[in-house]
Design a protein around this ligand. Structure first.
Ligand code: UD1
Length: 386
């Protein structure tokens, strides 16, 4: 092995930060104990730029300051992807890394993989192989293209290996290593336990609540679909108190479609506030630690996010996924996750089952290799490649 492996690690949006955190920690630990050092630089593309969508996560996850901040912000897919590519090409030309490490499925993942591949720099994709088989999702396009450009494919669950084989990828490049997002969850679970978010929101010990997140363009950008979903959620709130940290995309759409009147847009998570029973309580996006705490105490979670389907699996919390498909079938097979689409009947029926206690979930979920050591495995494999 050469004396130093030079990695360039990319993060672009909120969900990427939970994925790079354990990788950086694994590198630091390796460097403490080995002469074969890994040098790494961190690029933040700035797809997410709000304090609540980005800054608080760096602090919570104890991430080092990025070496480069491309500050691209939001734009159309083409403009955002192009801006990331222009900025990232400059960084690559300056640093000439041995390898670019991209995570997840956001536009930054794809943009940086494209730049690296054209510059002849090796690419490692963490969270490779996941497929929803739904090309209307921008994330699915990002996943497929990134995987085909990557040299090292780090996979979280067995379905990912099957998908990659079916698409003709080289088996030697695939590594089933587990889930870096779960590394982060397991590491920060004890910090989450200490969070005072329940108190700040005025949630009593015995309050039963459902935690809701919603931001997929397929759910919130289409007026008719978003209206249907809103109606379903209003019905649901007759049975359960709903806590809803609102993503900026969703907030914008709520206002655009005049739907915010349906909700009680009344709290700021930083200030004490009382959650209203049997209402949909909209709050600001939460920090990682506060959000995990709210997940841990929820009766169930309703979401269209990818990562939350995985986190609830490990926490043993029932998750109703407001989508027709999932790229994470292991969470369904495990029994914590149920696809409810945006059908009012299904959302209400499954919620009622959970509230009645008809859906039992194992207390603590364990999936193969989702054990807090995925990042360590990845770094060990990367060291063998140089
Ligand atoms: C992006 C990712 C998605 C990921 C999600 C997590 C892509 C294609 N999408 O979607 O995979 O699940 O992040 O949050 O990469 N906005 C703010 N403040 C911010 C960020 C965004 O106000 O800090 C606004 C933007 O102006 C925009 C909207 O929110 O109107 C959505 O932002 P966008 O960049 O389209 O991505 P997300 O929907 O967050």
């Amino acid at each position: 092995m050469k004396k130093k492996l030079k990695l360039l690690i990319v993060a672009g949006a909120r969900p990427n930060l939970m994925k790079i955190s354990p990788l950086i920690e694994a590198i630091r630990k390796h460097n403490k104990n080995s002469r074969a050092q890994i040098k790494y630089s961190l690029v933040y593309t700035g797809q997410h730029y709000d304090k609540l969508m980005s800054e608080v996560f760096w602090k919570d996850l104890r991430l080092p300051k990025p070496d480069f901040d491309l500050k691209v912000g939001s734009a159309t897919h083409a403009v955002q992807t192009a801006k990331i590519m222009i900025g990232f090409e400059r960084v690559c030309n300056k640093l000439m890394p041995d390898m670019v490490v991209v995570v997840g499925d956001v536009n930054s993942t794809l943009a940086c993989a494209l730049v690296a591949s054209k510059l002849g720099i090796k690419i490692a994709h963490v969270e490779s192989g996941l497929r929803s088989f739904d090309r209307s999702m921008p994330e699915e396009i990002n996943r497929v293209v990134t995987d085909h450009l990557s040299d090292h494919l780090f996979v979280t669950e067995k379905s990912g290996i099957r998908n990659l084989i079916r698409e003709g990828n080289n088996k030697e490049n695939m590594h089933l290593v587990g889930n870096v997002m779960i590394d982060t969850l397991l590491k920060f679970r004890k910090h989450a336990k200490a969070s005072n978010i329940l108190k700040r929101l005025g949630i009593g010990r015995n309050t039963l609540y459902a935690l809701l997140t919603l931001h997929r363009p397929s759910n919130v950008d289409d007026r008719v679909k978003f209206r249907t979903l809103t109606d379903a959620l209003v019905v649901l709130s007759k049975y359960a108190t709903v806590i809803f940290p609102v993503h900026p995309r969703t907030e914008k759409m709520l206002k655009r479609y005049g739907l915010h009147n349906f909700f009680s847009l009344h709290t700021k998570s930083s200030k004490p506030a009382n959650i209203h029973k049997n209402r949909i309580n909209c709050i600001d996006p939460l920090s990682y630690i506060d959000f995990v705490k709210l997940m841990m105490h929820a009766k169930f979670v309703l979401t269209d996010s990818g990562g939350i389907q995985e986190e609830t699996t490990i926490l043993g919390i029932p998750c109703l996924t407001i989508r027709e498909n999932t790229e994470r079938p292991a969470t369904i097979e495990h029994g914590t996750n149920i696809l409810v689409g945006c059908s009012t009947e299904k959302i209400i029926a499954e919620s009622k089952k959970i509230l009645r206690g008809d859906i039992k979930v194992r207390k603590k979920g364990h999936l193969k290799l989702w054990d807090g050591k995925a990042a360590k495995r990845i770094i060990r494999i990367l060291l063998r490649t140089v």
